[in-house]
Design a protein around this ligand. Structure first.
Ligand code: BEZ
Length: 255
């Protein structure tokens, strides 16, 4: 995650209310299957929880993230791991890693080909790229409703404002192949994601979709969030809990 122009990330809030992001990452580590002694780059490491879990396999992990707040928190929590503030689009590693791992980050990168190119260059020949991020249709019920509410208030909205890249399997694996990867695994799946508390949807929108509102006043933002809560409640509030309509894409590519 976390490749944003401005540091919008509150690392404490992220660790507190949104820890599900790294909790869902455990099974991605199983897919990574780290082998003792390997050098692994965690791209978009956030507050470092998955980097720390990967370390338990006896590998050398380096975590990078564009957010200074996240990296500071990661370094405080896990002083023995090397973390660095770095833009994925400016990686300068050359055949250094056995694996590049990335959880819940690549949907923030609207130049996917450039990101894949940097990842490919970072890997040793035969190295693997293992990633999960938002796939086609991710959080579409929520974002369609937000856009609909903006339009109802006659607030100008253009598709360029949409902060994410949620590709289909076909689109992303084709890009991987163009870069040179041998794609050995790709899976697009639903992951209904419970959001904590009665304000779960509001908190999620504020934490993750803040950029959608950056050109609007606070009152427009509040109105849109409140209308979105109201109009999507029938679909997204189940058994006394908000559930976000996450759809994920997992891929493995070999250099
Ligand atoms: C996701 O992890 O799928 C996600 C995170 C933030 C915004 C949108 C989607």
């Amino acid at each position: 995650m976390k490749q944003q122009p401005k540091d919008m990330w509150n690392a404490d809030l992220y660790d507190g209310n949104h820890s599900f992001v790294s909790e869902f990452g455990h099974s991605l580590i199983e897919l990574l299957a780290p082998v003792k002694g390997e050098q692994i780059l965690d791209v978009g490491c956030g507050t470092g929880d998955l980097a720390q879990q990967i370390c338990q396999y006896g590998v050398y992990v380096q975590g990078i993230d564009q957010s200074e707040n996240m990296i500071q928190q990661a370094q405080n929590k896990y002083p023995d791991i090397m973390f660095k503030v770095q833009d994925i689009l400016k990686l300068e590693y050359n055949s250094e890693f056995d694996a590049v791992f990335s959880n819940a980050t690549l949907h923030w990168i609207k130049q996917p080909k450039q990101a894949l190119h940097c990842i490919y260059n970072s890997l040793k020949p035969g190295g693997r790229f293992v990633a999960e991020f938002g796939g086609k249709g991710n959080v579409q019920i929520i974002t369609n409703e937000i856009i609909h509410q903006l339009e109802s208030l006659e607030v100008p909205y253009t598709p360029e404002q949409f902060p994410w890249y949620f590709p289909s399997i076909g689109e992303y694996t084709s890009l991987m192949e163009e870069i040179g990867f041998n794609v050995i695994f790709a899976h697009h799946f639903d992951r209904p994601t419970p959001l904590e508390g009665d304000d779960g949807l509001k908190n999620w929108i504020e934490m993750f979709a803040g950029n959608l509102f950056k050109d609007y006043s606070e009152s427009v933002k509040e109105q849109v969030i409140s209308n979105t809560e109201h109009s999507s409640r029938d679909i997204l509030y189940k058994n006394n809990q908000w559930v976000a309509d996450y759809k994920r894409l997992r891929v493995i590519g070999i250099k």
